[in-house]
Ligand binder design. Structure first.
Ligand code: HEM
Length: 402
């Protein structure tokens, strides 16, 4: 099995990448009403959870992870599934968390590979967790194969079975891609699509919970664009400050600070550095977000930096951000993440006012992704706050009149 994310660059990988993107876009394109429906359903469930817990401060981590992860899970292996009661989903969440904890603890073997002979458990544990994750995705593929109907493709897993039939059973189309390569794409998507988007949303809520004045401006923007009606993807272009806030969060707290290890496919020279063929190369995305030649006061959270004088997004500055990587290995799921972040954000802040209760700590934890430390928020129902204010204002008026 050769995964997409860690596979070597060659003709087989190019075909794998094409199949993966085509299948993902086939089931999750922004033009598909089902994608918007799934995201909205999960965004509403999360907002509902927030509103049910206005009486006491809480840590939103668990619920955000469940809701955001569920979107990718449904697109990949079960539209309209009630994920919170789905054994496969809960198992996957448990295993992803295990991997997150293992990676978060740091593994000295990554930098001193010979240590695997001294502390073998550090290597075997990693392989064990990977195998557990593989068992989960194999079970999903098996279930899909048993119920596969070529005329009714349900989700990404079905799309991969279809692609396997097309490419692996047709010698003119096959370029050494195997069934297990194609099926492993499901693991790529589930592995890369959960933690990244949910950690980004956690960061956004942390920043907006702390910077109340920015949250209020975003709510003004929401009120003026949609008022109390439901948000839709058609509104996306009307939100500038909100988009700027997402971009600024991705800049200041990049959830993928260091890229996936890749290797040079031939000898090359980069800025006078000679790099031999086969050298492992990692992109320091975090470093690019702190370059003071590009970003004024890079340590300060300032969404307005992404807006030009007319209030539009400054696209040349946006292009400096490498949140989703660059070039051939750029993230194929970026469009899903963008839709998710937009719809979740508008939904939550349209209805909730959120205050950070715990101390503001913007130093994250390095694990599978760079995620915020646990924090506590208090949620207020916005329309209740507004109506209480209006009632209070009028009762004061009557008191003054009397
Ligand atoms: C905010 C959310 C996300 C962020 C910040 C993010 C970021 C990234 C980055 C930086 C890379 C390139 C890493 C490298 O090669 O060095 C990448 C690769 C990848 N991402 Fe994402 N991603 C996100 C969401 C998603 C989603 C939702 C999916 C799928 C459903 C996904 C699937 C993948 C896959 C399969 C790769 C490997 C691509 C390849 O090597 O060709 N990602 N992502």
């Amino acid at each position: 099995m050769r995964s997409l994310g860690f596979g070597s660059y060659n003709a087989r990988w190019r075909l794998h990448s094409k199949i993966a993107s085509t299948v993902l876009r086939g089931f999750a394109s922004p033009n598909k009403p089902t994608t918007e429906k799934i995201i909205m359903m999960e965004a509403e469930k999360l907002t509902e959870y927030f509103l049910e817990n206005t009486h006491t401060p809480f840590d939103p981590h668990e619920e955000i992870f469940l809701a955001v992860g569920s979107v990718v899970y449904q697109i990949c292996c079960g539209m309209d599934k009630d994920c919170r009661n789905d054994k496969g989903y809960l198992n996957l969440i448990k295993n992803t968390k295990m991997m997150q904890e293992f990676a978060g603890a740091g593994n000295p073997i990554d930098v001193m590979p010979w240590l695997r002979y001294v502390i073998p458990s550090k290597a075997t544990r990693f392989v064990e967790i990977l195998q557990t994750l593989m068992v989960s995705t194999d079970a999903i593929m098996k279930e899909h194969i048993e119920t596969f109907d070529e005329k009714n493709l349900r989700d990404v897993a079905d799309g991969l079975i279809f692609a396997e039939k097309k490419y692996c059973r047709n010698p003119t189309k096959n370029q050494e891609i195997t069934k297990s390569d194609i099926f492993s794409t499901l693991q790529d998507f589930l592995g890369a699509g959960f933690d990244t988007s949910s950690s980004t949303l956690e960061w956004i809520i942390l920043y907006l919970g702390h910077y109340q004045h920015i949250q209020e401006k975003i709510q003004k923007e929401i009120d003026s664009v949609i008022g109390t009606r439901s948000v839709s993807l058609d509104d996306i272009e009307s939100y500038r400050l909100q988009k700027a806030t997402i971009l600024e969060t991705q800049r200041i707290s990049p959830v993928v600070p260091i890229g996936i290890p890749h290797a040079t496919s031939k000898d090359t020279v980069l800025r006078n550095y000679r790099i031999n063929r086969g050298t492992v190369v990692l992109c320091n995305f975090y470093g690019t977000t702190r370059d003071s030649k590009v970003w004024k006061d890079p340590e300060i959270f300032k969404p307005e930096r992404f807006l030009n004088d007319l209030g539009f997004i400054n696209s040349s500055l946006e292009n400096e951000l490498l949140t989703f990587g660059a070039g051939r290995r750029r993230c194929p799921g970026d469009f899903i993440a963008k839709m998710e972040l937009f719809l979740f954000l508008v939904n939550i802040f349209q209805k909730c006012k959120i205050k950070l209760i715990s101390e503001a700590n913007f130093e994250g934890i390095f694990g599978l992704t760079y995620s915020p430390r646990s924090y506590t928020i208090k949620v207020f129902e916005r329309w209740k706050v507004v109506s209480l204010f209006v009632v209070g204002f009028f009762s004061r008026l009557t008191t003054v009149d009397n």
